[in-house]
Design a protein around this ligand. Sequence first.
Ligand SMILES: *[C@@H]1O[C@H](CO)[C@@H](O)[C@H](O)[C@H]1NC(C)=O
Ligand SMILES: *[C@@H]1O[C@H](CO)[C@@H](O)[C@H](O)[C@H]1NC(C)=O
Ligand SMILES: *[C@@H]1O[C@H](CO)[C@@H](O)[C@H](O)[C@H]1NC(C)=O
Ligand SMILES: *[C@@H]1O[C@H](CO)[C@@H](O)[C@H](O)[C@H]1NC(C)=O
Ligand SMILES: *[C@@H]1O[C@H](CO)[C@@H](O)[C@H](O)[C@H]1NC(C)=O
Length: 554
Amino acid sequence: FSPPFCPFIHSSIIPPSCLFSGVSIIACEITKTAPFLADALNVLLIIVDDLRPSLGCYGDKLVRSPNIDQLASHSILFQNAFAQQAVCAPSRVSFLTGRRPDTTHLYDFNSYWRVHAGNFSTVPQYFKENGYVTMSVGKVFHPGISSNHSDDSPYSWSFPPYHPSSEKYENTKTCRGQDGELHANLLCPVDVADVPEGTLPDKQSTEEAIRLLEKMKTSSSPFFLAVGYHKPHIPFRYPKEFQKLYPLENITLAPDPKVPDGLPPVAYNPWMDIRQREDVQALNISVPYGPIPVDFQQKIRQSYFASVSYLDAQVGLLLSALDDLHLANSTIIAFTSDHGWALGEHGEWAKYSNFDVTTRVPLMFYVPGRTASLPQAGEKLFPYRDPFDSNSALMDPGRRAVYPVELVSLFPTLAGLAGLQVPPRCPIPSFHVKLCREGQNLLKHFQLSDVEEDPHFSGNPRESIAYSQYPRPADSPQWNSDKPNLKDIKIMGYSIRTIDYRYTVWVGFNPDEFLANFSDIHAGELYFVDSDPLQDHNLYNGSQHGEIPQSLRP
Ligand SMILES: *[C@@H]1O[C@H](CO)[C@@H](O)[C@H](O)[C@H]1NC(C)=O
Ligand SMILES: *[C@@H]1O[C@H](CO)[C@@H](O)[C@H](O)[C@H]1NC(C)=O
Ligand SMILES: *[C@@H]1O[C@H](CO)[C@@H](O)[C@H](O)[C@H]1NC(C)=O
Ligand SMILES: *[C@@H]1O[C@H](CO)[C@@H](O)[C@H](O)[C@H]1NC(C)=O
Ligand SMILES: *[C@@H]1O[C@H](CO)[C@@H](O)[C@H](O)[C@H]1NC(C)=O
């Protein structure tokens, strides 16, 4: 069976051979171009800010996320997906261009890749150039210079991107403190009726996204709609009723709340940004190691989880609207986050590191008729599920892929799923190439489930590697260790994460030449997943110097 075109594109019913035969899947990758858009699938890309996989569908027993769990039940879920750098702008520019930070040259917030690295295409731009209407709602690109103060308009988007008007209050004094006054706090459960404009940014983004879906329902072109949610990014400003889902007495601390003994100081980051909030300032926490008082640790965790449930409700409203508009049978849904967030693990409260808690992200894809059967007339795949309804039955977990995968693979994977030509693998270097991929097309994972015994999966889990990196200004924690500017970067921590271990070397880095010096090793980390899943017992041994695997450099 070797079709001239991907059958996926031309029929809403996918022949089983396309699903399960390696041969036809290759055919799917290399065919589709713009003239064949008649039956093209739409894309809804949901990007969450600072969301680690603390979700029911990832096995979290405490967090209420019934709507995301429901999406997972109809999706293929990647159990081990990793961001390439655990900070917003570099991660977003990386996965939206399909290039690693070493290619976008963005490790901070201060440059626009088209000018300072190469004129790389983005995922939405690629869909736009293939006949899609592309739309951005909320935080998709990081705002500011890293997207030319325009979310990369006009290249990426068919219309000017939408930003919720109430976003401007996020960092202002809108949180009622114990003294009855308004403060710019970290913990900020609010009465929505009382806040300026009587709404919150993510509520507005959901409403705008639904309005756009209604508009696109009658469009003759397929759409690519990216919706970027702000929560659970700090400050934890969310409707206060969500706090009730997490009584403080039920909130535990991180299982490993202390800075680990064998952790090299360069690997630690001092989580400066929460310290700037008024409620945290009042605690006089010691810099750089803390700790935060135990009761406040519980409150931070409570508010993070409450923010996740509030986010889940927004996702539920959006997906049920998609369903009501009968678009669930023609829309691919991808759900992910830019990186995670440490909730006290290793004594840290931020992203900005190479630990799994900050690099690991949720990643799932729903593909109509492929990861779930097509909804029958009148059937709803995504009815709204109330996070407050404790009877919300546990969902079927859906299909899982356990191999480590990278967020930089989102671009080729979405292209492949939509039947567009998958960009070719990048040459090295690739600064002059507008369109190529550094990640992989994850389509092969969509065959059956890729448990190790699966004879249909050609990959070897021991060869499946996710790369991440993080820059530092010095060997010990400084005020700017969280977010060094490019010119201050002296050390880069390069990580490989396999299914068995994480191995990181912190090496000298020259920010003028963008060059790492792998013979200038400052520190190393090695953790085995089976014996030390939380990454608290560093097994790196200095005598390993000089034995750095070739594969460490992506
Ligand atoms: C960069 O790419 C965009 C679209 O791909 C194109 O319109 C623009 O002219 C290019 N800019 C340069 C300087 O090549
Ligand atoms: C960035 O934005 C400015 C101001 O709108 C514009 O003049 C410039 O051409 C943009 N840069 C690129 C590379 O498109
Ligand atoms: C809190 O914990 C208690 C005891 O384990 C449990 O019965 C109760 O359901 C929990 N409450 C919530 C809201 O999870
Ligand atoms: C923090 O320090 C200030 C000024 O030094 C002091 O007034 C305040 O009581 C301290 N707060 C706590 C919680 O220790
Ligand atoms: C999706 O479902 C709607 C309503 O049941 C139907 O009109 C439409 O043709 C279906 N689209 C596809 C691509 O199957």
